[in-house]
Design a binder for this molecule. Sequence first.
Ligand code: GAP
Length: 454
Amino acid sequence: MAQAKSGSDRMEKIVSLCKRRGFIFQSSEIYGGLNGCWDYGPLGTELKRNLKDFWWRRMVRERDDVVGMDGSILMNRQVWVASGHENTFTDPMVDCRNCKSRLRADQLPEKNGRKQCPVCGSFDLTEPRAFNLMFKTYVGATEDESAITYLRPETAQAIFVQFRNILEVSRKKLPFGIAQIGKAFRNEINPRNFTFRSREFEQMELEYFCRPENGLELLEYWLQERLRFYRDIGLSSESLHVHRIQPEECAHYSKGTYDIEFEFPFGIQELEGVAYRTDYDLNQHQKASGKPLDYFDEESKQHFIPHVVEPSAGVDRTALALICAAYDEEVVTDEKGKSETRTVLRFHPRMAPIKCGVFPLLKNNELLVRQAREIVDQLRGEMMVFYDETGAIGRRYRRQDEAGTPFGVTVDFDTIGENGPALRDTVTVRHRDSMKQERIAIKELAAFLGERMR
Ligand code: GAP
């Protein structure tokens, strides 16, 4: 219980910091918001971009067996019929007859073996019924049955239906993958835990096509690759958990699924699913469309439907995990002996929204300001930098600590040679985590910072 309380306190502080510093805002806030939808502010946008860029680099650019695609959000309705989403992409829903809340039947608390409404405590609940999570819409001017389609609930199906085109243009041989990052939409019954379960979110998905005999081995390979990715963006091994889904809980077509989970303040929850989906999806689309989605193996001269292993991650969930993992508070004492609590986001420099703060010691000294601005211009092409000249230098450091900026560069009187030639053209680099400072030559700054964030 104490742990739950400290978890919810911590989460409250994180949500408040996200708003205060411009990571994440409620969508349409001035109109009272829209449940399950979120807007990312300047820092959150940079964080998400760094995450997506690193995923793309790891999964596509650094490999020669993966290519990218960018599919449309709206697709022909038949895609969702064939994939099974129209009939089976549902969550069990119940209504509370007392307070009229709509609730997910599989997430209800129980008291004395009876399911209870978490809002009002009543036991007077309806029988569960299936609620389809896809957002329905109409394409074109006529709102009739023939115009129905859905906002995609996952990016994966665009990859399956373009498999043939991409195979032909990329001239890849098995095994190879197609990667995509994009928006997905689910009309979740209970959006909750800040951005963790949203109605609009982004996915980073890879469909890795292979020969049937290599599927199980590739499932293990991708699990390890994806764990390496999470460690490389700064999530500790201790905070990551692997949950093997029991065969009876897996989708009927899956021959094995792992969930990669993270210890959020509100509990251990899924970040990513790594699933061996066999040849189910390509088979379904081949049958429904009547178009061949097979692969011709030149060695064996055989046609077959490739199997697929799918690592499917959420951008928003991972961004939230990065913020939760980075959040820290510590008591620090300044040179005058005064103690205060320092809030710091200890992002890995790769993920940090701003890489470097640049500060002239005084804003009313033209030489200091000019030199600081020159440093900003020099670094800007390489990384996200932030110039700040207002307030005491300690305050400016604290503001960047809260934004998670790993390095602070201060231009002082030594830099402009006022205390002799020895330290001329050098700056103080202050490290966010240790708060230690060192002197670096301006001409070496870009390389010094660059090698710490690649
Ligand atoms: N193509 C497979 C697929 O979509 P999923 O487990 O339903 O599998 C994959 O979703 C990932 O997408 C999840 O692990 C999670 O990170 C993210 N995701 C799913 N639903 C989400 C939601 N409502 N809000 C935020 N992220 C979500």
